[in-house]
Design a protein around this ligand. Structure first.
Ligand code: ZN
Length: 881
């Protein structure tokens, strides 16, 4: 029997809840150092495609310096939909191996791996070249580039294949996904399909050793001539993402050069590294995967504690993930390290050993996301010996190297145990993957976990049972009255397609579930192989506050509620005969109305793409005015520029009789914010200069800013006298403050701006909430918002406007929000309270409208706030530059 222990708070340090301290650290590093946070305006080309002209190719420059410095082009890519695969991973008509000679990276003596005795990033390319020369089993592909411009290497190890054999494998893979019932009965798949296995390394840059263990294993596999290895490679393909986060590996940071935790980015896929991993999942369709992390002693091996995501085929996942966990545990413990001699504790399996604290609820983590692409054994593995952060700085080099060597051993044991598992269980692993897709395509019910349905897994209880009712379909209506935003709808459709979710489009007007939808509406038929992924992205999610005391990370994320598009679930009815055609991308919505030369065009400012288009026009010197409804009015004389912006940003300029009132001017933003917020601001084409307490104390030129945005890392009380005086002078001279969360509210209070009392809710609470919009900043905003550590405002003084409130009743739609032990901080206290307030010179948010670049539908609220308080009212009307 499983003896579940209730763990003390935060048992697992490696997935620290709110990632904010980490984000601040990353912000500090990048501000001091380099890459993205320096203001740049230089545009850069998208990642160069990697061409593969023959079996052996040479590729372009090792480091793409421009990649990291391209907020605008990055923004355009992010805003204009999915950045698809950056390399053709498997459909090129070649067999294996596919040798590729990599050009050298410049040697970097500052690479943080070196102190640990590990492989620095610059040594990887030559090592991969050497590994390819060892024989005919090793292939290297470049799957993309990191935020900092470094190449991402995918190594495939398998027995050689002719082009024809490779095509046959690809056909089988397609059949498994797209015709699973046929695949289940196909004897060729049973005997001949090579099980795909994916080893993902170093996604957290300062959790290094998965990379080194993988390189070692590849070397062994490249030359081993024993029957077991030959059999393994004849019946499987092993894919190694050598380092998922080169920027972090080099710099010794958890995050990439943009400051993003890539292992929180799978729902949003804002980062190129995440999109590369996503494409591996889609193209390779692994049955088994490991995501190697550190550091938890003893080694922590998934499956996890509850709550378990409700959209998985969790019976199949648990069965295989638990079985492989046992094998990994035995292998790790079998290395012979001891607590007394080595400081190494025995491995632990949270599902079996713990009651709560390490859940698999949100699909923002690699193995959780992988499950939706048919991976039936997927593990985060936390290797044991701490070598990062303060340990890295404080411990002697010899001790660090002792620890890292143990970590390489432990990671290697996990990798080899997984290979043994695959060798033994290949046929049933593939069969279970097929069953995942079959259930989805057939609309079959999930199978609740129990000791009967998942024999061999001890201690399954009601606390482990999570299932959902999939709707029959989702409709994303075309433009017009039924759709809030055609631009947002197109972005959402492109995102779904990039995730390999099937989307169709109505070729005629359509009636579904008792409602009518116009021609051009998008329909997601939920009878599809990846229904779990479709649902986990589009559904509301669930209030899980009563399930566990605290969650590891976010608990709500609905794209259907937060991305700005109208999305309607259709619970019943038939799609047969519906006039639907599959789409590979959303139809473009960019459009400029025909108006008389004296007329005007209106650009709504409800969507980040509309804001990006506005900022592009302002930068070009177009004269734009603000209308009473908060939209932007562009004179018809600027039509050609509007046409270009409509095309670039996929936005609509419609005809209007509004003339506009105040002039809309460029705002240059000084921002003390998280990396996710910074990225979102740059997506909207704002010119942003990152600031912090330290930056202001060093002397900051306020003439380069029009508005201050504060959510993190700036405390007026820690400013020296000169910096404080300069800040006060800036705020006192008609430049405004936009504040977010407790830090923003504290600066507001310290600067004596808005007369409000901020109330902090439970700092762990997060999720999707219902809101009521009531002011110009939030006009046109969705009726839902995202919160993390929610704040609300009471005791509003004269002249304070409520822009938005938490809904009355229970505002939480999905997520985890409990009151604190003393009963305060809960959602009952927040209900009906102001979540966004404005007044002279300031706007304050208690929500998280830019969180990790995720809630796209909310971004425009921040943009409107910045435009509202960016310039002294009644100013000269001059362009700022
Ligand atoms: Zn990690």
């Amino acid at each position: 029997m499983r003896t579940k222990r209730a763990l003390p708070a935060r048992p697992v340090p490696a997935r620290p809840v709110p990632a904010r301290p980490v984000l601040f650290a990353a912000l500090a590093v990048t501000t001091a150092g380099s890459l993205l946070l320096t203001p740049h305006t230089a545009a850069a080309e998208p990642e160069p495609p990697v061409t593969r002209e023959g079996p052996v190719t040479r590729e372009g420059p090792a480091v793409d310096e421009s990649a990291a410095r391209a907020p605008e082009s990055a923004a355009e890519r992010a805003l204009s939909g999915p950045a698809g695969p950056t390399a053709d991973t498997g459909r090129t008509g070649h067999g294996y191996p596919r040798e590729q000679v990599l050009t050298a990276d410049p040697e970097n003596p500052a690479d943080k791996s070196i102190k640990l005795g590990l492989t620095p990033y610059h040594a990887i390319a030559p090592e991969l070249n050497a590994l390819q020369r060892l024989g005919d089993r090793v292939s290297v592909e470049v799957t993309g580039r990191s935020a900092g411009g470094h190449r991402l290497y995918l190594v495939t190890v398998t027995a050689p294949e002719t082009a024809r054999q490779t095509r046959a494998q690809e056909r089988m893979r397609e059949l498994i996904e797209n015709a699973p019932a046929r695949a289940a009965a196909d004897p060729a798949i049973k005997s001949g399909y090579k099980a795909p296995v994916f080893f993902n390394n170093n996604i957290h840059g300062n959790e290094w050793e998965g990379t080194d263990a993988s390189l070692k294993l590849i070397e062994q596999l490249a030359t081993a001539d024993d029957a077991r290895t030959r059999d393994l490679l004849a019946h499987s393909r092993l894919y190694f993402n050598i380092t998922a986060n080169p920027d972090g590996r080099i710099a010794g940071t958890r995050a990439n050069a943009n400051g993003f935790d890539l292992n929180r980015d799978f729902v949003t896929a804002s980062q190129s590294e995440t999109r590369a991993m996503r494409q591996i999942e889609i193209d390779k369709q692994p049955a088994v995967m490991l995501d190697l992390h550190g550091y938890v002693n003893g080694t922590l091996i998934e499956p996890t504690t509850p709550p378990h995501g409700e959209n998985y085929e969790y019976d199949l996942f648990l069965k295989n993930t638990y079985a492989n966990a046992l094998g990994m545990e035995a292998a790790v413990n079998g290395l012979g390290y001891t607590p007394a001699k080595d400081g190494v504790e025995p491995a632990q399996i949270p599902f079996r050993d713990q009651a709560e604290g390490w859940d698999d609820w949100p699909p923002i983590f690699t193995p959780q996301y992988a499950a939706f692409h048919g991976t039936v054994a997927a593990h985060t593995v936390e290797i044991p010996m701490e070598v990062n952060n303060s340990a890295y700085d404080k411990l002697p080099e010899a001790e660090l190297r002792r620890r890292s060597a143990i970590n390489v051993d432990v990671a290697g044991a996990a990798l080899r145990a997984t290979l043994d598992f695959v060798q033994k269980k290949r046929a049933s692993l593939v069969a279970d993957q097929i069953e995942v897709f079959r259930r989805g395509a057939a609309g079959a019910a999930q199978v609740p976990v129990s000791k009967e349905s998942v024999p061999g897994v001890p201690g399954i209880g009601p606390e482990d049972v999570y299932t959902t009712n999939f709707p029959r379909a989702y409709v994303i209506p075309a433009g017009g009255a039924s759709q809030r935003s055609a631009t947002a709808a197109a972005r959402l459709v492109d995102h779904l397609v990039a995730n390999d979710v099937r989307v169709t489009r109505a070729t005629r007007d359509l009636r579904l579930g008792g409602r009518s939808y116009p021609k051009g509406s998008y329909v997601v038929d939920m009878r599809q192989p990846k229904r779990g992924l479709a649902n986990v992205l589009l559904a509301d999610g669930r209030d899980i506050s009563d399930k566990v005391s605290v969650m590891y990370d976010i608990s709500g994320w609905s794209l259907g509620r937060l991305w700005g598009a109208t999305v309607r679930p259709v619970t019943s009815g038939s799609l047969s005969g519906a006039p639907l055609r599959a789409v590979r991308e959303a139809a473009g919505v960019g459009h400029v109305a025909q108006v008389a030369q004296s007329g005007a065009l209106r650009l709504r400012l409800d969507d980040p793409r509309e804001v990006a288009a506005l900022n592009a026009l302002l930068r070009q010197g177009v004269s734009v005015r603000r209308a009473v409804d908060g939209s932007a009015i562009v004179p018809a004389s600027a039509r050609s520029r509007a046409v270009a912006a409509a095309r670039t940003y996929d936005v609509v300029f419609d005809a209007t009789k509004l003339t506009g009132t105040a002039e809309l001017r460029r705002v240059r933003v000084a921002a003390a914010v998280t990396p996710g917020e910074l990225f979102a601001l740059r997506e909207m084409n704002f010119e942003v200069t990152p600031v912090s307490t330290a930056v202001l104390n060093a002397g900051f030129d306020w003439s380069a800013a029009d508005v201050l945005l504060v959510s993190a890392g700036l405390d007026r009380g820690d400013l020296n006298a000169g910096a404080r005086a300069a800040l006060d002078a800036f705020l006192g001279s008609g430049h405004g403050l936009v504040g977010r969360g407790a830090t923003g509210a504290a600066l507001n209070a310290a600067a004596g701006l808005l007369a409000v009392k901020p109330v902090e809710g439970n700092g762990d609470a997060n999720g999707v909430v219902r809101v009521v919009n009531s002011g110009p900043v939030t006009a046109g905003a969705p009726e839902h918002g995202f919160v993390y550590a929610p704040v609300w405002f009471t005791d509003l003084g004269p002249g304070i406007r409520v822009e938005q409130s938490y809904a009355t009743g229970d505002p939480l739609v999905s997520g985890h929000w409990r009151a604190l032990e003393d009963g305060s901080g809960g959602r009952a206290d927040a209900a009906g309270r102001a979540s966004v307030v404005s007044g002279p010179g300031a706007v304050l948010f208690g929500t998280e409208p830019l969180f990790r670049d995720h809630p796209k539908g909310e971004f425009a609220q921040v943009a409107r706030a910045l435009f509202t308080v960016g310039h002294a009212s009644g100013g000269s009307g001059e362009e700022s530059e």
